[in-house]
Design a protein around this ligand. Structure first.
Ligand code: CO
Length: 433
């Protein structure tokens, strides 16, 4: 079905992005194919008008940008996040119990724990080795069904359906292998080392996470729903970079005098306060260096920031059909109802009257429907990276996303036509704003 081309591309992108390191690697490969040049933070930059560039930090956050041919007057930026809740594997990973070896893990972010049970899992992330050329970073993806977190049978846990508290150090340890000398039964460190062609003692550093093996799928009689791991926030990351790249293939003159920027940041799920997170100096330093390299003055930079606009893109909670009472009665989006503008009086979301007006105008130009989200007033709700980024680089900002169900489940649900809407809005923003 023609309308599902974007959804299938998104599902492939998510499947090939089992960790933030893989997400950024995939985005980089796409950028290179489309003529973008990689910059390193440690090098001197020579930015040219009409040029296309990207830079990553830590391999898990990226900022891509495109310079107009005329002197730029502003930045037009979309920010999203590369990470999702998961379990991180501890340094000493193996743990023996009941004749098997488990992996010792800790929670990364706030997931719906029960959704991780009884389904094939594997391991992805990165390792660091040192050879004659120095430290080398290698991506790891054990591309097979490797692990499972088995539930306790209902007969042994009669409270399982009446509010059971899962403990991360007890209930969520995945089963890895038999404990013994079985043929082919590799200890975990050897398995990881072999996967990158090294010996275990050569691996000096590891950032390894669990992920759900299953590729997402389209659901419903008309394939109107998207079910997949990591829709939060790879759906927004994917939509922003597709819109960014497609807008860049059009005539540059349409982008007027703005530098188009696409930022995807790690560590949103743990508060963004890391060297590569939206709470770091990464964005500010990159924007500043672009202006320095273009030969502009400090005041030019400050004037550009004052005239800039950011879309903070992270998925929103759809009204749940089983529990509509958990949403605000008048301000709850529905699946496939259009792009969601998020509001919060306490400024967890950056949207204000001005930025909402600018964004609604973009939606109108894109001929895309929009709807709104606000928390039920007596419930706390979530937050995202926009307001955190704004404390480092303050500019007019709006918080948006698409409506999804089961946020922070291992397998989330969103709407197929909403994805098309979001990509269209992103492209229009970069072309028209
Ligand atoms: Co998110």
């Amino acid at each position: 079905m023609i309308t599902n081309v974007n959804a299938e591309r998104l599902l492939d992108f998510i499947y090939e992005s089992p960790s933030p390191f893989h997400t950024i690697d995939n985005v980089e490969k796409n950028l290179i194919i489309n003529g973008y040049r990689k910059l390193e933070e440690r090098d001197a930059w020579e930015i040219e008008k009409g040029g296309k560039y990207f830079v990553n930090r830590n391999g898990s956050s990226i900022i891509a940008f495109r310079i107009p041919k005329s002197t730029p007057k502003a930045f037009h930026l979309v920010a999203s996040h590369s990470d999702s809740p998961t379990f991180k594997i501890k340094e000493n990973s193996e743990k023996k119990s009941a004749g098997v070896v488990q992996l010792s893990t800790e929670k990364y972010g706030g997931m719906l724990i029960a959704t991780w049970f009884d389904r094939p899992l594997s391991v992805a992330g990165r390792v660091v080795i040192k050879d004659e050329k120095g430290f080398q970073i290698k991506l790891v993806n054990i591309d097979k069904n490797l692990l499972i977190i088995p539930s306790v049978a209902i007969h042994m846990n009669r409270d399982a359906n009446t509010g059971f508290e899962y403990k991360a150090n007890v209930d969520t340890l995945p089963l890895y292998r038999m404990d013994g000398e079985e043929v082919g039964s590799l200890d975990f460190d050897t398995l990881i080392a072999k996967s990158v062609g090294h010996k275990p003692e050569e691996i000096l550093g590891k950032d390894l996470f669990l992920y759900l093996r299953e590729r997402g799928s389209l659901l419903g009689p008309e394939e109107e729903f998207i079910g997949s791991p990591r829709l939060d926030d790879l759906e927004c990351a994917f939509s922003s970079f597709v819109g960014f790249i497609e807008a860049g293939q059009a005539d540059f003159a349409r982008e007027k005098n703005a530098i188009a920027v696409c930022g995807i940041f790690d560590n949103e799920e743990v508060g963004s306060d890391t060297k590569q997170g939206a709470g770091s100096n990464f964005l500010r330093d990159v924007l500043r260096r672009i202006t320095i390299s273009l030969g502009l003055e400090e005041e030019d930079y400050l004037r550009m920031i004052a005239d800039s606009f950011m879309i903070s893109a992270d998925n929103a909670h759809a009204k749940h059909p089983n529990h509509p009472e958990f949403s605000d009665a008048e301000n709850a989006p529905i699946i496939n109802g259009g792009v969601v503008i998020k509001y919060n009086a306490n400024q967890k979301y950056t949207t204000d009257a001005f930025s909402a007006a600018v964004f609604k105008d973009i939606c109108n130009k894109a001929e895309v429907p929009y709807q709104v989200y606000a928390n039920r007033s007596d419930m706390a709700g979530g937050s995202t990276l926009g307001s955190i980024s704004n404390t480092k680089v303050g500019m007019a900002s709006v918080d948006i996303g698409v409506a999804q169900l089961a946020m922070h489940s291992a397998y989330e649900t969103a709407g197929t036509s909403d994805l098309d809407h979001l990509i269209k809005v992103m492209k229009t923003f970069y072309e028209e704003k």
